[in-house]
Design a protein around this ligand. Sequence first.
Ligand code: ADP
Length: 221
Amino acid sequence: MNPVNQRIVLLGPPASGKGTQADRLSDTFGIPHVSTGALLRSECARGTVLGREADAATSKGLLVSDELAVRIVANWMQEHGPRFLFDGFPRTVGQAAHLDAALTSLKAPLDLVILLELSDEAIRQRILERISCLKCGATYSTSLHTHAEGDACPRCGATLVRRNDDTAEALEQRLKVYRELTMPVVGYYEETAPRILQRIDAGKGSDDIFAKLSSLVVGEN
Ligand code: ADP
């Protein structure tokens, strides 16, 4: 199956499954998965200047500055080129406009913007049950899987942890930020590129969502 669409943005609230689905799509279609959250966590873990700058915001559930987010994506794109599945970028209208400008200058327009929609109630439940591998990005639910904090990640062997922003307090802040800053990004694409915007119910089973996403990636929409 050859992907028709190779420049893809996944939008959605925390725990809507962006990371899990992006991983599966990347394995199936060979399009690189870029999670700005994971790039920032890796900078934090390595104790870089950029990581220290990011940690102050991310641990409170706040966004890092547009300047920092755009910088980290520009660095990535310079190294890897304009084929991507963005998960967690753009998260503000400013970031979306920056991405458009960068892609216009590369003559490589965005192919698809997919919004994964999930209720606040489902988000709260998923986040408070979530443990994560900070090394490979895998996530597990303490209610669905038999894994607990401190266990080895079944995929890469690193230690599973609760992310420092997967707490009740930081989550409320992330939901507020999502509503105030990221929902307008959907409006931005409704205005500038309505033909490439697709909505998916993220409350469905993971395999159903993957099937729907795959059909969008190969252009069967
Ligand atoms: P989630 O989608 O589950 O909230 P992410 O891993 O995508 O988590 O992001 C974690 C945190 O990293 C965010 O709460 C924010 O602080 C920061 N972050 C990630 N991407 C961006 C971005 N594009 N702009 C600003 N901050 C970002």
